[in-house]
Design a protein around this ligand. Structure first.
Ligand code: NAD
Ligand code: DAU
Length: 372
């Protein structure tokens, strides 16, 4: 079949990437979707079981830092669009191993940019797009000026925990090795736009939640621990604030920005949905206990306050007004609905969680692709 266009999605076997791949494969049968993923510990092909046999889906096990391979894939598939999600994504790991984060997030992004440039520039930039998925963490941390939370402040244009939001104009001030590496990759993407004229676009999104997230991140880790009645390690006093967005809403935003975002622009993506960690954790316990048929309060004593994360950012809050006003995007799901769906998904998908926590998922590629 002759495809209308071929798009590489990097990191498609990860959490957000798998939702983006699924959306594109189903919504655009005339696009060939190439999932380029190295399958690190965070890449799990079982996340894509339901679409792995679709004719317009291709999986390529490759490292984004491998210039020759990336170059061959871009030209071999005649790729006109790249949606770049592959990254080392966990802040705690970046504190222990910053080099891996610099390699993948900085050099990997530069490798993709250069390979795309080499193939695209000679025939002109028309019809090409390099879309880089970034994070709100590049902006640093906001103050917690209302530690107790005041939802009425939202009516005056502020957030429940503080007046300020991250906008597209906020100065970059990353604190962790993860966010420093993501910030650096954002700068390289802008440099390719400004220097060579590459049609790039960047989005910076807040914390995602939903199915298929690796259970090292707060929400899936805690749901799994509640189910097994294991301690819930709350960093510090649980006072840090995060702005949560359901992953399918992020994937919809990515679809919109890929097709309609203006070249050279940056868009923030967030749900105007701030939660203090400890309050979110209480919602998780209450929801999980109800779904597991346990009495209310049965698992409250699992909460265990532990040493704080080094350099722990206090508050993130994204202002996504630009995306709403210019491209008409809004989150579709209320948080209560999203969290109920998410807790239910992890409780119903025991096998997925067991495979991930035991390491069995790492052999899925060999089973599916014969170790090619
Ligand atoms: P993830 O850790 O779940 O998945 C990352 C994927 O990248 C995995 O499939 C992994 O195998 C792949 N990968 C890692 N190194 C690679 C390499 N060298 N070559 C090829 N593939 C490689 O990550 P996620 O949470 O889905 O995040 C995806 C992207 O979105 C990242 O760029 C992250 O910075 C960004 N982001 C994440 C969130 C969030 O809340 N999770 C929020 C905003 C932005
Ligand atoms: O804001 C977007 C970012 O959100 C993404 O760029 C990152 O890739 C993603 O991992 C996420 O970063 P966080 O550090 O905010 O997510 P995490 O789930 O690790 O932690 C959420 C909050 O919960 C944070 O304040 C730390 C706290 N926490 C986390 C874990 C894993 C705990 O208190 N205990 C824990 O065990």
């Amino acid at each position: 079949m002759k495809y209308e266009r071929s798009i590489i999605i990097t990191g498609g076997a990860g959490f957000i990437g798998s939702h983006v791949v699924r959306l594109f494969v189903r919504k655009y049968p005339t696009y060939r979707i190439i999932n380029l993923d190295k399958l690190t510990y965070a890449g799990n092909l079982a996340n894509l079981k339901d679409i792995e046999n679709c004719p317009n889906y291709v999986f390529e096990k490759s490292d984004i830092c491998d210039y020759e391979t990336v170059r061959k894939l871009v030209s071999g598939y005649d790729v006109t669009g790249i949606i770049h999600l592959a990254a080392e994504s966990h802040v705690d790991r970046s504190i222990l191993d910053p080099f891996t984060f610099a390699r993948t997030n900085v050099l990997g992004t530069l490798t993709l940019l250069q390979a795309a440039r080499e193939y695209w520039e000679p025939s002109g930039w028309e019809g090409k797009r390099f879309y880089h998925i970034s994070t709100d963490e590049v902006y640093g941390a906001l103050e917690l000026t209302r530690p107790e939370g005041d939802p009425s402040s939202e009516e005056c244009g502020g957030g429940p925990y503080g007046d300020e939001f991250f906008t597209e104009e906020t100065k970059y001030q990353p604190h962790s090795p993860y966010s420093a590496a993501k910030a650096s990759s954002d700068h390289f993407v802008r440099a390719y736009h400004d220097t060579y004229g590459m049609p790039t676009v960047i989005t910076n999104c807040s914390n995602n939640y939903g199915p298929y997230q690796f259970p090292e991140k707060l929400i899936p880790l805690f749901i799994n621990n509640i189910r097994q009645r294991k301690p819930l390690p709350v960093y510090g006093k649980g006072e840090n604030v995060r702005d949560w967005l359901y992953v399918e809403d992020h994937a919809r935003a990515i679809d919109l920005v890929f097709h309609e975002g203006k070249a050279g622009e940056t868009y923030n993506i967030g749900g105007f949905n701030e939660w203090k960690n400890i309050d979110l954790i209480k919602v998780l316990i209450k929801t999980a206990d109800r779904l597991l048929g346990r009495p209310e309060g049965a698992d409250d004593d699992l909460i265990t306050f532990v040493t704080d994360r080094k350099g722990h950012d206090l508050r993130y809050a994204i202002d996504s007004t630009k995306l709403k006003e210019e491209l008409g995007w809004e989150p579709s799901l209320q948080f209560e609905e999203g969290i109920e769906k998410t807790v239910r998904w992890y409780l119903d998908n025991q096998e997925w969680l067991d495979e991930v926590t035991s390491g069995d998922y790492l052999r899925y590629y060999d089973r599916m692709y014969g170790g090619r």
